[in-house]
Design a protein around this ligand. Structure first.
Ligand code: HEM
Length: 192
């Protein structure tokens, strides 16, 4: 299941990765990135909360961003102009597992980003809690999520894998839309 999700979202991940690397060139843009990520997590929090077996970190990660933004002295409200975002509905546990895969996996990239950005933009630890996952054991947490994913898939009905792929792609699209919607990231986003 993991290999399938990874393959099915490789294009979406590569696109976000390339564009974000180009966009994150100032503290202001970093703030915009955090706000957009926060919006995506907020939209995922309630739908994922309906599936407690996932043990998703979505709420905890959203709270970390709030602390980072406070330390940066920035608000969680989107920068103007702000747009209406896409919405997300998770109508099955399969879709929810797929979406959770994206939330949990993004912590891996965060660690890599935190290192480079911290130095390049002179960010202190108080403003990079979300990317560093607050110094938690990110890899063991990721492996534990993958174990839950595989256990679910083992017992899941036929067609559940397709649902998970749908959920993962929808979650990537949600993050992508949140980054586009975020005013201050937009210029960089449109011309990566
Ligand atoms: C500049 C931004 C980003 C960078 C540099 C980055 C980098 C990385 C890296 C280095 C990994 C670990 C790959 C591995 O161990 O094989 C990873 C994994 C992952 N990232 Fe990102 N990432 C970025 C943004 C994002 C975003 C915005 C999301 C989703 C919202 C995301 C979702 C994921 C997922 C789901 C995985 C797990 C892939 C797997 O199944 O192994 N990443 N990322």
């Amino acid at each position: 299941m993991h290999a399938r999700l990874r393959a099915a979202t490789a294009d979406a991940h590569a696109a976000l990765d390339a564009r974000l690397r180009g966009a994150l060139v100032s503290r202001e843009r970093y703030g915009a990135f955090l706000r957009a990520s926060h919006r995506a997590l907020e939209m995922l929090e309630a739908p994922l909360g309906r599936f407690p077996r996932l043990e998703s970190s979505v709420g905890r990660r959203a709270r970390l961003i709030e602390r980072d933004l406070a330390a940066l002295r920035e608000s969680t409200s989107p920068s103007p102009p702000g747009r209406s975002s896409v919405t997300l509905e998770l109508s099955s546990e399969g879709e929810a597992f797929g979406a959770a895969y994206v939330v949990e996996g993004s912590a891996l990239g965060g660690l890599a980003l935190a290192k480079g950005l911290g130095t390049a933009l002179g960010l202190d630890d108080a403003t990079t809690r979300y990317l560093r996952d607050e110094g938690r054991e990110t890899l063991p947490a990721w492996r534990s999520f993958l174990a839950r994913l595989e256990a679910w898939n083992f017992a899941a009905p036929l067609g559940a894998e397709e649902q998970a792929v749908r959920g993962a792609r929808a979650a990537f699209a949600l993050y992508g839309a949140a980054f586009v919607d975020e005013g201050k990231l937009e210029t960089a986003w449109k011309s990566p």
